[in-house]
Design a protein around this ligand. Structure first.
Ligand code: PGA
Length: 242
């Protein structure tokens, strides 16, 4: 099981230190991995602060070249150099606001894996897709190429994040999560792929226990509720019984 905190464009050095001073002492349930993905400016400090704790540090994004004229990007080798061990790829905010496509996500995944970084690969439908009954079609189109190329790579974890549930406070219902995760599982199986699937989108301490109890949910990719040390700890506690 995994709890991965996507800190997005939040926190400064002081806030990061305050988080880890407390988080170092977390009681982490057996078999649960804790990940945080801070901003690039905080990666090195986060790696230092996480030393000696169970926390792993991931980047929020990763370019497909190791170096070059790509203003504002971060390369796989820079992520490795910072001491982080993985990266998110294809988060819906990257797709929505920064023109990320399935094609660029595939290139980023390829470069990240070549550099030895683990990948949390994000997919999810828009509300209009769900309302039009197109959820599965959209997910299949997002998954197709990356699964065909990296389906046998067990250092990739999938995060299913319905776009309409991200940052809205309205999580998908347990039924929606169960049905969609089951559909993704059978699709992955048909492609000989056995990636674990996380759920993301308004995961909170008060809904995570139910969501995480579902068979095909291996944890959460969490934005807002991962920022405060108390709610991060409560999320971990939700996994004690799984
Ligand atoms: P949220 O964000 O938990 O704040 O909805 C999730 C995400 O963007 O990964």
């Amino acid at each position: 099981m995994i709890v991965a905190g996507n800190w997005k464009m939040h926190k400064n050095k002081e806030e990061l230190s305050a988080f880890f001073n407390q988080a170092k002492n977390f009681a982490i349930p057996n078999g649960v991995r804790c990940i945080v993905a801070p901003s690039p400016t905080l990666l090195i400090k986060a790696v230092e602060a996480a030393k000696g704790s169970a926390f792993e540090v991931f980047s929020q994004n990763c370019h497909w070249e190791n170096s070059g004229a790509f203003t504002g990007e971060i390369s796989p080798l820079q992520i490795v150099d910072a001491g982080a061990t993985g990266t998110l790829i294809g988060h819906s905010e990257r797709r929505q606001y920064f023109g990320e496509t399935d094609e660029s996500c595939l290139k980023r995944t390829s470069a990240a894996r070549k550099a030895g970084l683990e990948v949390i690969y994000c997919v999810g439908e828009q509300l209009s897709d769900r309302e039009a009954g197109n959820t599965e079609k959209v997910l299949e189109s997002q998954l197709k190429a990356v699964v065909s190329e990296f389906g046998s790579d067990d250092k990739i974890v999938l995060a299913y994040e319905p776009v309409w549930a991200i940052g809205t406070g309205v999580s998908a219902t347990t039924e929606q999560v169960r049905d969609t995760h089951n559909w993704i599982r059978s699709y992955l199986k048909s492609q000989n792929c056995s990636w674990k699937i996380l759920y993301g989108g308004s995961v909170k301490p008060n809904n995570f226990k139910d969501l995480a109890s579902l068979d095909e949910v291996y944890g959460g990719l969490v934005g807002g509720a991962s920022l405060e040390v108390e709610s991060f700890q409560e999320l971990l506690q939700c996994l004690t019984e799984k």
